[in-house]
Design a protein around this ligand. Structure first.
Ligand code: M6P
Ligand code: ZN
Length: 176
């Protein structure tokens, strides 16, 4: 059944809780949901991140991710990361709050990363897996916009992982 068109709305660093309130989906990822993602075992009950997803408007989906500050060992809290099942689907991130990084890689092993600070827009082309990392001291909050037919391929990342990891060494953020 096709839904009635939504009213336009804006999301800003101030009003994003209004977006959260309108979301039909809310996912909480705890340490126990992320077995094998970090090098060391995470506290099973620690909340790593939350995702609020609005109903897709036509072909466009919009989600808000809140990554908690923290580390597992020396590795910063991060999302699982995924490729899109649809090879033509890219994604756009807009950072609202905090300091983060999106690390990306292709199936051929090319890697790249973009630092995310409030106001930064990161354009992730089709074919690049993406994982977000909170490298700041407080919460990291961002919006993601992606095509409704993207699909999430987590399996490739679960099997092979990301080539790069983001850790803190002697108080410095390092990509290893
Ligand atoms: C962004 C988008 C979502 C994704 C979320 C968490 O909001 O890319 O599609 O679900 O980040 O990332 P992941 O699904 O990799 O855990
Ligand atoms: Zn995606």
């Amino acid at each position: 059944m096709k839904k009635a068109p939504e009213q336009p709305y804006g999301v800003s660093p101030k009003n994003y809780p209004e977006f959260m309130a309108r979301c039909s989906e809310h996912m909480v990822r705890k340490g126990k949901d992320m077995a094998g993602y970090f090098l060391q075992p995470a506290d099973p009950e620690a909340v790593i991140y939350e995702v609020y997803e609005a109903d897709c408007a036509g072909n466009t989906c919009t989600a808000l991710t809140i990554l908690k500050p923290g580390k597992v060992g020396n590795e910063y809290f991060m999302t699982k990361g995924h490729f899109h099942e649809d090879a033509e689907s890219g994604e756009t991130y807009v950072c609202l709050k905090g300091k983060g990084m999106v690390i990306m890689q292709t199936r051929d092993g090319a890697t790249d990363e973009i630092i995310l600070e409030p106001g930064t827009v990161a354009c992730i082309p089709p074919g690049w897996a993406h994982r977000t990392i909170n490298i700041g001291k407080g919460e990291f909050i961002m919006m993601a916009v992606f095509p409704a037919n993207s699909g999430h391929d987590y399996v490739s990342i679960q099997e092979r992982g990301f080539i790069k990891r983001v850790v803190e060494e002697s108080g410095q953020t390092k990509i290893i």
